[in-house]
Design a protein around this ligand. Sequence first.
Ligand code: ATP
Length: 350
Amino acid sequence: MIRTDALTKDFVVSRTRTVHAVRGISLDVAPGELVAVLGPNGAGKTTTLRMLTTLTRPTSGSATVAGYDVVTHPDRVRAAIGYVGQGGAGGASQVVRDELRTQGEIYGLDRRTARRRADELLEALDLTEQADRKVDSLSGGQRRRLDVAVGLVHEPSLLFLDEPSTGLDPHNRANLWEHVLRMRTAAADPMTIVLTTHYLDEADTFAERVIVVDHGQVIADDTADALKADLAGDLVTLRVAAGDAAALAALAERAPGTRSVRVGAPEADGGRPVEIRTADGPGATPGLLRAADAAGLAVTRVDVARPTLDDVFLGLTGRSLRETGVQGGDEPPGEPTTDLSGTTTKEVLA
Ligand SMILES: Nc1ncnc2c1ncn2[C@@H]1O[C@H](COP(=O)(O)OP(=O)(O)OP(=O)(O)O)[C@@H](O)[C@H]1O
């Protein structure tokens, strides 16, 4: 459905300054996939989407979307795709129903089909009650649903959503997703969806595949689960008396599956956490406890946490996505985001 080869985009901002927004992105998206493009501010997500939707011409490389080259056949590409940008579609003073019908006609639907399609979309996106209101009177969530309806009016097989839920509260975000997913599966052939998002949980929960972009390049591309297992790993935290922490850390470093070990700061009750990043936390914990017991180290508390996509990004770049303005969204609070990669017990204890 999408294939890009070494796609780049440079913006010449002055005689002496060029922004290399996209630096050679090669991608393959199969029909029916739901792919999230995740990355910090300025990573090149929107620029990539704008090239794929023919709104910006690539500097070099090539991209084929729905079977057509974005440079040589932009009209064909546009006819085959829906695009919901960040700015919001639609004329503010238009009536909602008219807006959808007009957009349908712009896409070449005859009047009757445009009317039918507008009514179907109003129903599917829960906007029938608002159909006779002006676009600028809608709430943020309703407006975003209208944006999605406009993107779908010509029944595209591929939908691009650029930060679809930015600015929506958690309730409206959930509601928007419910509608998008319902529309996707209602189609005879599941729609291909490519979205950019600032919400880690959104990428984690809804996307079948996550493409992590940083500095205009793809730095990881897989399912969220595979990325977390391969690039971050689970975090097992064992608490022991402060004096036992170094011995437990040394023992944990030798345990099968351990990737890295870090000793946390001493706690008020005299205990100290030993944080073990390991491929399979629940599987590794019994062995760690047995080894601690055999060495005479009394473990007072055990926590096992699954990694987040932020841990993946941290492991890849040494930076947290959250520090760059990306939202953790509804992730449970307190999930560890400590970077353990590259930290050895010796370094921590030194
Ligand atoms: N028209 C433009 N002229 C100059 N620089 C631009 C232009 N559009 C984007 N850029 C720059 O290109 C880089 C990538 O921007 P882009 O908007 O693609 O990032 P993004 O990953 O979508 O970020 P965000 O999450 O903030 O939307 C940034 O440094 C941005 O400032």
